[in-house]
Design a protein around this ligand. Structure first.
Ligand code: B12
Length: 220
């Protein structure tokens, strides 16, 4: 048992370090090792690669990494996700609900949003992913057209968080706000902010987000 835990910790560290080192081959190899060792794919993402992204962000803040490294880190993580995605996908069971999700206007960060979308799919949700840089009117249109249970928004920049409020205002103006639950996420987002702008919840990470969405469906 202790050995298994040590091995798991070792692989998670390898995943983290491969992201920090911008090592595409290393990350792919570590992802395959994680699967072979029986580590749940979501854990390889959240406790492995995502930890590496945090360190990359810190290095960027300290001036040790520049924009080129941010781009490379994003690409490295995406290559790792390609290995893990087949193990994150949900089976074709009956859907438990529908989610419209997107990264708000002005924001191009989509790695976290994609993880949330993949895990929601694995949990049995039908997911309509609007992509990045999504203006409020596109969220409104998607809600009207798809009639989802939940709207999820992602923002990674303090300057784009404001767009979440604009989306909620637009949903209200179109008379569809009360038809959906709204969950927001992304590094700068807090529960206080969610309350302030009138969202129903904020999630720290994808796992918490999926759990909140699932709890809404069982309460229906
Ligand atoms: C990779 C990266 C990029 C890549 C993005 C690639 C891509 N396709 O996404 C690129 C190079 C394009 C980029 C660009 C920029 N970036 Co950038 N980037 C990052 C970095 C290093 C990692 C982000 C990431 O992917 N994290 C990993 C994922 C897994 O975590 P996550 O996104 O937080 O998502 C998790 C949770 O937040 C949550 N979640 C996220 N969304 C949602 C949604 C819902 C509904 C729910 C429930 C949960 C949820 O679940 C996820 C999984 O657990 C961060 C640093 C950091 N630590 O955040 C900086 C960071 C976000 N970037 C930053 C900056 C400044 C920029 C640029 C302005 C740089 C520039 N000078 O041009 C541009 C802006 C471009 C734009 N208009 O969007 C700053 C933001 C500062 C601020 N406070 O606003 C950061 C914090 C770096 C820093 N420390 O300074 N970036």
């Amino acid at each position: 048992m202790v050995n298994i835990m040590v091995r798991e910790e070792e692989i998670l560290c390898k995943l983290r370090d491969a992201i920090v080192d911008l090592d595409v081959e290393g990350v792919q190899k570590a992802c395959r090792e994680a699967i072979d060792a029986g580590i749940p794919a979501y854990k390889a993402v959240t406790d492995g690669m995502a930890k590496g992204m945090e360190i990359v962000g810190e290095k960027y803040e300290k001036g040790e990494y520049f924009l080129a490294e941010l781009i490379m880190a994003g690409e490295t993580m995406k290559e790792g996700m390609k290995v893990l995605e087949p193990y994150l996908k949900g089976s074709e069971v009956e859907k438990i609900g529908k989610v419209v999700i997107g990264t708000v206007k002005g924001d191009l960060h989509d790695i976290g949003k994609n993880i949330v979308a993949t895990l929601l799919g694995a949990a049995g949700f039908e997911v309509i992913d609007l992509g990045v840089d999504v203006p409020p009117e596109k969220f409104v249109e998607a809600v009207k057209h798809n009639n989802p249970d939940i709207v999820g928004m992602s923002a990674l920049l303090t300057t784009t968080m404001i767009e979440m409020e604009n989306v909620i205002k637009a949903l209200k103006e179109s008379g569809v706000r009360d038809k959906v639950k709204i969950i927001i996420g992304g590094a700068p987002v807090t529960k206080e902010y969610a309350e302030k702008i009138g969202a129903d919840a904020a999630a720290r990470d994808a796992i918490e987000g999926v759990n909140i969405c699932k709890s809404w469906m069982t309460k229906k």
